[in-house]
Ligand binder design. Structure first.
Ligand SMILES: NC(=O)c1ccc[n+]([C@@H]2O[C@H](COP(=O)([O-])OP(=O)(O)OC[C@H]3O[C@@H](n4cnc5c(N)ncnc54)[C@H](OP(=O)(O)O)[C@@H]3O)[C@@H](O)[C@H]2O)c1
Length: 327
């Protein structure tokens, strides 16, 4: 199916979604939302400059491939009804600093970053804007520059982080549902982000350090020797952060079950290390370390994993072909 997306809507209630971050997840949303309702916001916003369209092949869940062309947002004529932010956690604040002055202060901003810390930084920086966070188990990757693959079917939860966001969550959920993906309103989005953080903290750093798929961590001595203590640290920090109690045993069982169920997947962190790209470790295990520190607690396993992942990213690696999933 040829897909010409040049007739993009003007917004103002028509459901125009602007996407900041034309990577795997941004391209997934752009491909699945209805034709003509999305536009990418280019990296360096310059209203005078003509930005090229983003063109790629999209492979859906059933293997069907089709070409997609998404235009760049024209700030002079288009007014997004929502902004979804699909940059990596470490890029998010600076990316938004560059573009938010152009966006009406009432437009919802939906943050899709994994981990924790970047969402709070954005909500604190713009407390009067409707800032939302999303947690998704959808998986997308780019096996090459021209192809985006919907690698794992999941679900997405959206909830408000700032006061003015809450009344707008339903509208945003309706707007995103036009993609055909499963989207839920989540009144307790921080709790949900923590649930995903537990899984990410218990799988991603091990795969990145051991350079292996999710399933291969389960028998590795590094994992077996430290996972119990990692879960104890998570439970303590969550308790001190005022979250509902979670038993370390339950967390460990859940981490191991996800590693088993996604045994053949390569985590995004392992993939980032292999490609020599910055990882999101500061927003996963590094976030646990910083919250532990705020409560005068040590978090030695999270600290050791953070340090070892960072050591891996300072060394060059051969690019490898892999299939990162949603973890
Ligand atoms: N992929 C998934 O399946 C998935 C699932 C759940 C959650 N997530 C989360 O979603 C976020 C994005 O993941 P991803 O896999 O899509 O990462 P990605 O492929 O690296 O995409 C991030 C994109 O953001 C762009 N970007 C960075 N700074 C920018 C700026 N200042 N202005 C405009 N664009 C900018 C990057 O451009 P360059 O390439 O030029 O740097 C890149 O295209 C991460 O936090 C990830 O953990 C991803």
């Amino acid at each position: 199916m040829a897909d010409n997306r040049h007739h993009v809507q003007n917004g103002n209630g028509n459901g125009l979604t602007a996407i900041l971050g034309a990577g795997s997840l941004g391209r997934l949303w752009a491909a699945l939302l209805p034709t003509g309702t999305t536009a990418f916001i280019p990296r360096q916003h310059d209203p005078e400059e003509n930005k090229p369209d983003v063109t790629y092949r999209f492979q859906g869940r059933h293997g069907r491939q089709y070409p997609v062309t998404i235009p760049s947002l024209d700030w002079t004529t288009q007014h997004p009804d929502a902004l979804i932010v699909t940059t990596k956690a470490g890029d998010t604040l600076s990316a938004l600093e560059a573009i938010l002055p152009n966006l009406k202060p009432t437009v919802p901003v939906v943050l899709f970053q994994n981990g924790m810390g970047s969402q709070q930084a954005v909500a604190e920086r713009w407390p009067d804007r409707p800032i939302m966070a999303a947690s998704t188990t959808e998986g997308a990757n780019r096996p090459d520059n021209n192809t985006t693959v919907h690698a794992g079917q999941g679900e997405t939860w959206v909830g408000g982080l700032t006061h003015s966001a809450s009344p707008l969550v339903t509208n945003v959920v309706n707007q995103l549902e036009a993609s055909g993906l499963v989207i839920h309103e989540e009144p307790e989005i921080l709790k949900r982000l923590w649930s995903k953080l537990i899984i990410n903290a218990g799988i991603n750093p091990y795969t990145a350090i051991l350079d292996c798929t999710n399933g291969d961590i389960l028998d590795a001595p590094l994992f077996r020797d430290t996972i119990r203590q990692l879960c104890l640290e998570l439970a303590e920090v969550m308790h001190l952060e005022g979250l509902p109690p979670r038993s370390p045993d339950d967390m460990q069982s859940q981490i191991e079950a996800v590693a088993r169920n996604t045994a053949k997947n390569t985590s995004s962190m392992c993939s980032d290390v292999r490609r020599g790209k910055p990882t999101e470790i500061d927003y996963i295990n590094g976030y646990i370390v910083s919250r532990a520190r705020a409560h005068n607690l040590p978090a030695p396993v999270n600290q050791m994993l953070t340090k070892r992942v960072k050591l891996r990213t300072t060394k060059p690696h051969e690019p490898q072909s892999d299939t990162p999933g949603a973890i």
